[in-house]
Design a protein around this ligand. Structure first.
Ligand code: CA
Length: 418
């Protein structure tokens, strides 16, 4: 696959995240417009609500862009997804007959505020990166018991909180919680002292299901992917439940990037899952390449200072694909809804600089990182901004996701002493 040419000049640059090959879906507003659906193209956004109103694109079941979220398209299924993508590609391609009309509907991204691109039905987070699970397990349970006995047979997960999912750019407040340090007999209610990020990909379910689905069917149900930061309070987590801490440690916020990158845009970058020690049971077996080669990076910037890239890894490091996770999720008969969000689990590689959380990068705080500014970090300090980026690299083009960024604000005064 090579770069597709668009009449939007900035979409043809090799360094753009949003060439015609990408066409990710978001929701934006400007000083002159309420939130509405848009498609990123180069450094612009095409207003698809206006494009539908003017007849430049048409969906048979439409109008579908009279609401500021993408759920209505997601619910219509893969044939509609392909039809819309074909229409948008033709509209924005070099030589389009509707170039003049469409060019009047472009908004500079620099003038836009991004919003949640879809209504999150429910949020599930997995624990499916082998290097991450081994690192965390070694710290919490010792090297001999690092991986739980089920880990190589099922993608472990927990049901999270859809209400906590926010779009990139939203501030995150340091939480309070119940902590117990090893040198105290009793727990105390305090602001989190070990606030962390987790570098993940989020898979968005488009088609719903009611009953068990196969891995192939699950792959067909996925609408697209976002970058995801599963903010984690490590000291709350260590006390409430090990190793996942799947309750208050994870309930403060989960940040996603603002653009849904479709499965179609990522299709040239499919890769196989890593080699397996044990063959999976038949209903979870790989039936084709369902992971993606997406280079990922995490930057940390103290307040008012330059950022340091503190981790670089790749989505292909995961042990389970989102399709396998989704298939496993349905085995009990659990219905899945359009708008369900599945976090991949923290994506770490084998090398130290490839670790996708500060817990692993600083090895539980024992090996603080030194930033470009000369400061050190074991965990996130107030005012720090954590920014994740990702790109699939093609022949002369890349498929980007925008930023997945959040700044950590100081804890409020004790909420129970008012
Ligand atoms: Ca997680």
């Amino acid at each position: 696959m090579t770069l597709l040419q668009s009449w939007v000049a900035s979409a043809n640059r090799a360094d753009t995240q949003f060439p015609l090959n990408n066409l990710p879906y978001g929701v934006f507003s400007t000083a002159h417009s309420d939130p509405r659906c848009g498609v990123a193209i180069g450094d612009m956004i095409l207003d698809v609500q206006a494009a539908e109103e003017q007849g430049l694109i048409a969906i048979a079941e439409g109008p579908v862009f009279d609401v500021p979220f993408w759920n209505e398209i997601m619910e219509l299924g893969p044939d509609t997804w392909a039809d819309l993508r074909a229409q948008l590609t033709a509209l924005l391609a070099s030589g389009s007959a509707d170039q003049d009309a469409a060019s009047a509907l472009l908004v500079p991204q620099s003038d836009a505020t991004m919003h949640m691109p879809f209504l999150v039905s429910e949020y599930t987070d997995f624990y499916a990166g082998r290097h991450h699970a081994t690192n965390v397990g070694t710290m919490f349970r010792g090297a001999e018991n690092a991986l739980p006995p089920n880990w190589l047979h099922i993608p472990i997960g927990y049901n999270g909180r859809a209400s906590s999912v926010v779009v990139s750019g939203t501030d995150v407040r340091r939480p309070w919680g119940q902590l117990k340090s090893p040198d105290h007999d009793m727990p105390a209610f305090l602001p989190c002292r070990r606030f962390d990020f987790e570098l993940e990909m989020g898979a968005i379910v488009g088609s719903s299901s009611d009953g068990p689905v196969s891995v192939d069917e699950a792959d067909d149900m996925i609408f697209g992917y976002v970058l995801l930061n599963d903010w984690s309070a490590r000291d709350i987590q260590a006390w409430e439940y090990q190793p996942l801490g799947p309750f208050q440690a994870k309930a403060t916020a989960t940040t996603i990037s603002p653009w849904i990158v479709t499965k179609a845009a990522l299709d040239p970058f499919r890769v196989d899952t890593p080699a397996r020690e044990f063959e999976l049971l038949p209903h979870l077996r790989d039936t084709g390449p369902m992971l993606y080669d997406i280079e990922l990076a995490v930057d940390l910037a103290p307040a008012g200072k330059t950022a340091t890239t503190i981790a670089r890894t790749n989505y292909r490091e995961m042990y389970y694909s989102a399709a396998q996770q989704l298939a496993h999720h349905t085995t009990s008969g659990c219905p899945m809804n359009s708008g369900d969000l599945l976090g991949s689990g923290t994506i770490s590689g084998a090398e130290k600089h490839q670790r996708g959380s500060l817990l692993e990068l600083s090895w539980g705080g024992k090996e603080p990182l030194t930033l470009n500014t000369g400061e050190t970090r074991s965990f996130i300090e107030d005012g720090d901004t954590v920014t994740m980026t990702g790109a699939a690299k093609g022949n002369g083009y890349q498929i980007g996701f925008g930023l997945c960024s959040g700044t950590v604000q100081p804890a409020l005064p004790n909420p129970y002493e008012r």
